[in-house]
Design a protein around this ligand. Structure first.
Ligand SMILES: C[C@H](O)CC(=O)SCCNC(=O)CCNC(=O)[C@H](O)C(C)(C)COP(=O)(O)OP(=O)(O)OC[C@H]1O[C@@H](n2cnc3c(N)ncnc32)[C@H](O)[C@@H]1OP(=O)(O)O
Length: 723
């Protein structure tokens, strides 16, 4: 299907208005580029056209190069359809034309959209539009002249900052920076842009060819210093990524050898990047993230969400207060319930502290702080839940307590109120067992800290009503989370997939590897922290309790290490006691502790798993395999059992919930890049050496044997669906 087109209208004042039409964001699909060329040539030829305005249909200028086309290019390996755009279309035809062009920017001008605007001779914007070059977020670099024109408009430092962070600036900031020439009310945008274009044509306003501009560029020596510093920072912040450095190479070429040379370099680098695994992974995550909101059989029924205006939270502990914070931060009223005044005050204080930390960081004004906090009400009884739209229970993981709470809630809450539990392990069917309206029960699983972590796991049981899921999806979006609907099983999708992560790490320790080396390797792979630093953060009591849950349900896949109990015997419980695998100072900075050695030795001798009592030797790559291949194996079980409806949901969940590096595309995408065959072969070897913990599951073996990707839909005959 052809996507997008371009329209041309010649106004009586002699201005040709060229409009990009490709909803919802006017992305620059291939037909749009051809349309731009055709309409431009027409406008340049016509005698009744003096000047040109480029704009986007509706309320957006353009969201940039069409990422659907980018994915297609990555698949077919053919860049020829767009290789003419940067120089032939933008630089020669538009920027080099004998008639001036003005970009009329509304809503957003991102990536290729801003690049198009920058090759115009001026830019007029409506208030509050977003302008930026977020290409690095997709694993590519600006490939339509952005690496050359942005520094020439706003200076090198700011341009580098905008590209490396992928953060847009508002029209207002863009005006100050010199990226836009004027801001006018949205209604006057087109007339103002037309006037501006005519003023350029009659030489009353400057006819600026950005690629030839040098006045904003720093002197060469200073520019080199800025680039050097940017490279150093990039290597620290993103040691596994090469495309930000390549982006800086393209910028440098333009600074040293001129804009045109820079454009050619940019083209070469774009080509290298677009076919990289990094770009493929990040494009996959972009679409996968948006696809989580589409749930077959649920979101295609035409149901309308019942918007959540008031949420009840049961329990003001760490999770409850985090959930309450997430709600009030997004304008939703909250009643938080505790069992006594002290606990309630502690819960409210936690919410306050969460907000205050924003004030301290300059992200929230005092006034906004007060307004936000006013949305929170503390309560000791359920009366305040009488008009709640959603109630989320977030008390300790004790089934009878949760069952009692749900019975109470059913009596007091309106019949349309969604009854959700933030449990991370308990079967939701059991939690809702004592109530009549089981179709109202679902899981609303947040990740700690709940007001910060982006993932929101919505758990459905076989009884959960579609309307409840629609309401929770809407609620998730409202509180700016990425909601993923999953089935009901121990650990649900995320914790279940990742439980072998700690298990395998504990086994490696008993086989003789050092905890700190493991943590370094795993962090080097791109996880926010290694498994032992994470265990410290979560706390050993919690870690051990969830280990016990998995031991009950998946006994063949739990490695029974003594390491946690040994540390706990000496009151080393993790970060909260300032001693776990690491020791912590007042600022929570973790330092390896030589004393840990004795616990490791004891655990090793109790386990007796070291072959011939000698530590095994593994390369860094092998360590990653031993830790992450069992995670892939569990992900395959999750797919096999239909706990998620599509593999990309698990990719998003692993990235958003566990911090799996997005530039690896998520756990299943990453596994498919390696190949099921290699993973299954390695797991079979490990299984022979170290037991059933590593044994590949049916889906993994099936894909290894058939060459099918792991992400392919599991045939329904194989699915024991939990959805
Ligand atoms: C050569 C060039 O230098 C290379 C490039 O230009 S690469 C592209 C650079 N542009 C970007 O990275 C922008 C990507 N898009 C975004 O950040 C956000 O979508 C946005 C800020 C534009 C809009 O956000 P928001 O309003 O929350 O809506 P969001 O749900 O994300 O997007 C709406 C729809 O537009 C689609 N979309 C957004 N940007 C798109 C793009 N550039 N290409 C194709 N589709 C796009 C989304 O997939 C989504 O589709 P769906 O409804 O079918 O799921």
């Amino acid at each position: 299907m052809e996507r997008g087109h371009v329209e041309l209208e010649v106004c009586p004042d002699g201005v040709a208005v060229i409009t990009i039409c490709n909803p919802p964001v006017n992305s620059l699909a291939i037909p749009v580029f051809w349309g731009l060329k055709e309409k431009y040539e027409e406008a340049l030829k016509r005698d009744d056209v003096k000047a040109i305005v480029i704009t986007g249909a509706g309320d957006k200028f353009s969201g940039g190069f069409d990422i659907i086309s980018m994915e297609a290019i990555q698949k077919n390996g053919d860049l020829s359809q767009i290789s003419w755009v940067s120089v032939d279309l933008k630089t020669i035809l538009i920027e080099g034309a004998r008639k001036p062009s003005v970009a009329a920017i509304q809503g957003l001008a991102l990536g290729g959209g801003l690049e198009l605007a920058m090759c115009c001779h001026a830019r007029v914007a409506a208030p509050k539009a977003q302008l930026g070059l977020p290409e690095l977020q997709l694993g590519v670099i600006p490939g339509g002249g952005g690496t050359q024109r942005l520094p020439r408009l706003v200076g090198l430092s700011k341009a580098i900052e905008m590209m490396l962070t992928s953060k847009p600036v508002s029209s207002e900031e863009a005006k100050e920076l010199g990226l836009v020439d004027a801001i006018v009310p949205a209604k006057e945008l087109l007339p103002a842009a037309r006037q501006w274009a005519l003023a350029i044509a009659s030489f009353q306003k400057p006819w600026t060819i950005t690629l030839h501009k040098t006045d904003q560029l720093e002197p060469l020596g200073e520019a080199r210093e800025i680039l050097k510093f940017a490279r150093e920072q990039t290597m620290i912040r993103a040691p596994n990524l090469s495309h930000p450095l390549k982006c800086l190479d393209a910028v440098e070429e333009g600074i040293v050898s001129g804009g045109l040379a820079g454009l050619y370099k940019e083209g070469e680098v774009f080509k290298e990047c677009v076919f990289s695994d990094t770009a493929k992974s990040l494009v996959h995550v972009f679409f996968a993230q948006r696809a989580t909101a589409k749930v077959k059989g649920i979101t295609d029924r035409g149901l309308k969400p019942r918007s959540a205006r008031k949420v009840g939270v049961v329990g003001g502990g760490l999770m409850g207060s985090g959930i309450a914070t997430a709600c009030i931060l997004n304008g939703i009223q909250v009643a938080i319930k505790e069992v006594n005044a002290d606990f309630l005050q502690a819960g409210i204080d936690r919410v306050k502290a969460n907000l205050q930390s924003r004030v301290k960081k300059g992200k929230m004004s005092e006034e906004k702080f007060k307004k936000t906090l006013a949305l929170l009400k503390g309560t000791l009884d359920y009366n305040d839940f009488k008009d709640a739209d959603i109630v989320i229970e977030a008390v300790i993981e004790k089934l009878p307590l949760k069952q009692q709470i749900f019975s109470d809630l059913e009596k007091i809450c309106p019949p349309t109120c969604v009854l959700a539990s933030n449990t991370s392990t308990i079967d939701l069917n059991l939690i809702g067992e004592k109530i009549t309206a089981r179709d109202r029960v679902a899981g609303a699983h947040f990740f700690s800290p709940a007001h910060v972590m982006p993932l929101f796991e919505i758990i459905r049981t076989s009884n959960t009503a579609p309307q409840v899921l629609i309401d929770l999806l809407d609620f998730g979006k409202k509180i700016k989370k990425v909601p993923v609907v999953v089935g009901n099983c121990p650990g649900f999708a995320v914790n279940r997939t990742f439980f072998p992560y700690t298990q395998a790490s504990l086994l490696l320790v008993d086989l003789g590897l050092d905890v700190y080396r493991i943590d370094r390797i795993v962090a080097g792979f791109g996880m926010p922290m290694g498994p032992f630093r994470l265990a410290d953060l979560v706390g050993f009591e919690v870690g051990l309790a969830s280990g016990m849950t998995y031991l009950e349900v998946y006994p063949d896949r739990v490695y029974k290490s003594m390491l946690f109990p040994l540390l706990m015997e000496d009151k080393r419980l993790g970060e909260k006691t300032r001693k776990g695998f690491y020791v912590y100072d007042d600022r929570r900075k973790a330092k390896p502790d030589p004393e840990v050695r004795k616990y490791l030795d004891k655990s090793r001798s109790l386990s007796g798993v070291m072959p011939n009592n000698k530590p095994i030797v593994l390369s860094d790559e092998e360590v990653i395999e031993v830790i992450f291949f069992p995670v892939v194996n569990e992900a395959c079980r999750v797919l096999e059992e239909g706990v998620v409806s599509k593999a990309s949901d698990l990719d998003v969940a692993s990235v958003m919930g566990m911090g799996f590096p997005p530039y690896r595309g998520g756990i299943v995408f990453w596994a498919d890049l390696i190949g099921a065959k290699r993973i299954a072969t390695r797991l079979n070897q490990l299984s022979k050496a170290y037991g059933d913990f590593f044994k590949p599951c049916t889906w993994l073996e099936h894909c290894a044997a058939t060459g099918q990707p792991l992400r392919s839909p599991v045939e329904s005959s194989k699915v024991k669906s939990r959805l």
